[in-house]
Design a binder for this molecule. Sequence first.
Ligand SMILES: Nc1ncnc2c1ncn2[C@@H]1O[C@H](COP(=O)(O)OP(=O)(O)OP(=O)(O)O)[C@@H](O)[C@H]1O
Ligand SMILES: [Mg+2]
Length: 340
Amino acid sequence: MKLEGDRLKGIIDAIEPIKDPEIGISIVKLRMVDSVEEDNGKIKINIKLTVPGCPLSSTIEKDIKKTLEEKGYNDVEVNFGFMSKKELEDIKDVVRREQIQMPQSIERYEKKSIRKIIAVYSAKGGVGKSTVVKLLAETANSMNYKTGILDCDISGPSITSLFNLKGMTYADKDGKIIPAICSILEIMAVDMLTDVAAIIWRGPLVSSAIKQMYNDTNWGNLDILFLDLPPGTSDAPITVFQSIPVDGTVVVTTPQELSNLIGKKTIVVAKSLNIPVLGVIENMSYFVCKHCGEKNEIGRKDAKLDLPILAKLPFFNDLDEEKEESINQLKIAVGKIVNE
Ligand SMILES: Nc1ncnc2c1ncn2[C@@H]1O[C@H](COP(=O)(O)OP(=O)(O)OP(=O)(O)O)[C@@H](O)[C@H]1O
Ligand SMILES: [Mg+2]
């Protein structure tokens, strides 16, 4: 039952002094307290975070429980959701009035005219994320979906070389970046903005480059935008998951046990940031003997990730020549991703 009147006021007054640890303003002032319920003596506080999966949510939970315990409420549950774009805009006014600098991470961008934004991710490097992005994008394109790729790997971009793209990109008359067009696929990557030999940037610069490439590119209408993520759990993937309105993640693994363990870690990261994990693409899963055509499985098969397998791709000796054999699987995967 939702609390109202004096009982609600008592609880709100008690938690009013608790500040959002990142912004430094009261969670009540920031309108983060969505509602308060009472259920068989248990007090449930429903909090709306400014960013999904805010790493500081546990601090807020601890503060609320401690404060209410001191007031005699011993059975308290804190639940988390997150704010809509409109609610975020409203709290920006509160922050401005308090003349406090809004932290970078609070920026969450609009969906624009893009139907689905799909992050292709693995915490492990070299499992074939970029290759899978290329295959999925080409397949989506062949199914007449208007498709784009944003290479979110700032320090090791590989999409331009996978598509043999050369040269820099331009801005249109409104100052928006025009993505490169490759067989009607729209592509944007940091190496189309700068020709330095290697980008050696720290986290905040990497984060702002990713945000800028997403937000300042004129994507037009797209059915699907694939995000090629860098490996790891550093600033770059977290920025993508928190700032870009990602609809879902496709996890890439290889059959080796280590990769599966890291696959699990990958899923924990995506889930803790409230991003639905759509399924797994098992890459380099088997190879086909050139001489006899026999299909040979590679690696252990007993590690399970409890997620739908969207496709199992072979080890390609020549990707461009052999990818046709996987096209049906890839089409089914794209169909699921677009319609999920
Ligand atoms: N199915 C495959 N068959 C054969 N080679 C593959 C396959 N998938 C990927 N590779 C090769 O493995 C290497 C790593 O692939 P890729 O760059 O796509 O991985 P990644 O996960 O994006 O790497 P990073 O973590 O560095 O971004 C590349 O040389 C690529 O050509
Ligand atoms: Mg890559």
